[in-house]
Design a protein around this ligand. Structure first.
Ligand code: LLP
Length: 463
């Protein structure tokens, strides 16, 4: 893609480089609630506020960069999922999107269950008092130690991901004198239309046991024979950031097909089906995610219809949304450090974080939005690229963005929809310190995960 064909224009948004996806918004000061947390707005001076606290105050008190999380919005989204699915289904929040002890308590209070996928997530959940029976334990290579801790703690289900694991969990449960509730994760052969690295139900990848070739049926056969296991259902997760329900439709059809085969072969009707997570959110105003009640209705109808056709009792459904709950509830607050116009190309805006607090742009080519939040501006839009402070040219936070042309060092900018997979995938690259997560609610702000310090780094480095 040649950008030299656009002499001196793009910086002021009158000529866009090839491949740019949209024109500047009519008003750069407008905050689209599709991408911003629900309580976000601007005060009379034009400063952005969230949860009743303004961002200048947040920057002063907690520093930048910082993830600012709208607690009321988080709780509202969790509740919306819970309500949408009702008492006959279960919603497991996927902790990998973002997990902290405060979040675990909110989920507990809002009546959600929790999906964990490592010993660390399990420890966080248990230490915050999540009842073990409301925890599902995932992972394609759980260690024997992790399995033992999960069984001992009494987790509600372990999702089995391989033939080896069927035996490992059965053995562990038996040696602890218990019977572990399990589901088997299968891959149904659906190609989710998302980035290759976050699609998980096509066959050529590491998760689950393929339905193809009778492997999933064989896994069920083995699990049913083992005393240490109580097989409660089948699990399928087709991928992430999905908007189209047709993938779920095919997945549900195939999972129900397996339930029918199990009934026909073993005379057993497995009571549960888990359709995983993966529902998309808006990262830019161009995205149109579905509401939880629409998703619940669609999934329930699909499963009910498929079960009626197969003459099966409709199993209890569970889902595992992560991003759809936490993603839109947080933004990353940065301070602008340098503004570098490159004539004929765009303006590079360097902020005080980068790929260590948001790896998604570099890793998945993810799109984000950005806004000037410490003031409003009537300056014309300039085409900008928001980059971090790392020693790497791929250190891009927002690839294509319009910001006011009078943007200057010291301004605060914020990138919305960073609640999911940003803090949880944050790194210490270049020994940059991971930002805190600050929860705001009703005019109050409190740190729920503190900023990393140089002492934290040096504590791990034993010399
Ligand atoms: N359940 C299972 C079994 C999963 O593997 C995942 C995500 C979820 C639920 C939650 O998916 P969600 O609703 O949050 O999309 N780091 C990538 C996403 C990886 C997701 C892995 N598994 C990203 O930043 O997009």
């Amino acid at each position: 893609m040649s950008r030299s064909a656009h002499p001196a224009g793009p910086r002021h948004a009158d000529v866009l480089p090839e491949g740019h996806y949209s024109a500047p918004p009519a008003d750069l000061n407008t905050l689209d609630h599709k991408v911003w947390a629900q309580t976000v707005g601007r005060d009379a001076d034009g400063v952005v506020t969230v949860g009743g606290v303004d961002v200048k105050q947040l920057a002063e008190e907690f520093g930048t960069p910082a993830y600012i999380l709208d607690e009321a919005d988080f709780r509202a989204r969790a509740r919306a999922w819970r309500t949408a699915f009702g008492p006959d289904a279960d919603v497991f929040y996927a902790g990998k999107a973002f997990l902290s002890r405060a979040v675990v308590r909110w989920l507990d209070e809002e009546g959600l269950n929790l999906d964990v996928c490592s010993g660390g997530e399990l420890a966080t959940a248990l230490s915050a008092g999540m009842p073990a029976e409301r925890i599902a334990f995932h992972g394609n290579n759980k260690s024997t130690e992790e399995i033992r801790r999960a069984v001992e703690a009494g987790v509600g289900r372990i999702v089995l991901d391989s033939f080896q694991e069927i035996v490992r969990v059965a053995h562990t449960a038996q040696s602890l004198g218990t019977r572990q509730k399990v589901q088997i994760r299968i891959t149904v052969g659906v190609e989710a239309h998302t980035h290759e690295f976050i699609a998980t139900a096509h066959e050529d990848q590491k998760f689950g046991i393929p339905l193809a070739g009778g492997q999933a049926a064989e896994a069920v056969r083995r699990a049913l024979q083992l005393d240490g296991l109580e097989l409660i259902g089948i699990h399928s997760h087709i991928g992430s950031q999905i908007f189209d329900m047709s993938g779920f439709e095919v997945a549900a059809h195939r999972v129900v097909g397996l339930l029918k085969d199990v009934r026909d072969e073993h005379g057993v009707e497995l009571p549960e089906i888990d359709l995983g997570g993966g529902l998309g959110i808006a990262y830019t105003s161009d995205d149109d995610p579905r509401e939880p009640h629409e998703i619940a209705k669609a999934l329930t109808e699909i499963v009910t219809r498929e079960c009626e056709a197969a003459r099966l009792r409709t199993p209890r459904i569970s889902v595992e949304p992560g991003r759809a709950i936490v993603g839109p509830t947080a933004f990353t607050l940065y301070e602008v450090g340098t503004v570098k116009p490159l004539d004929g190309l765009r303006t590079y805006v360097s902020v005080d974080g980068g790929m260590s607090d948001n790896i998604r742009t570099a890793l998945y080519d993810a799109e984000y939005s950005v806004a000037l939040v410490s003031r409003t501006s009537t300056a014309e839009p300039m085409l900008a690229r928001v980059v971090g402070k790392h020693c790497e040219s791929g250190d891009i936070v927002v690839k294509d963005a319009f910001l006011p042309a009078d943007l200057a060092p010291g301004d605060l900018v914020a990138v919305p929809a960073t609640g999911a997979y940003c803090r949880s995938m944050a790194s210490n690259y270049n020994h940059v310190l991971r930002p805190p997560v600050v929860a705001v609610r009703d005019g109050e702000a409190r740190v729920i995960v503190r900023r990393e310090t140089e002492e934290d780094l040096l504590r791990l480095d034993v010399g």
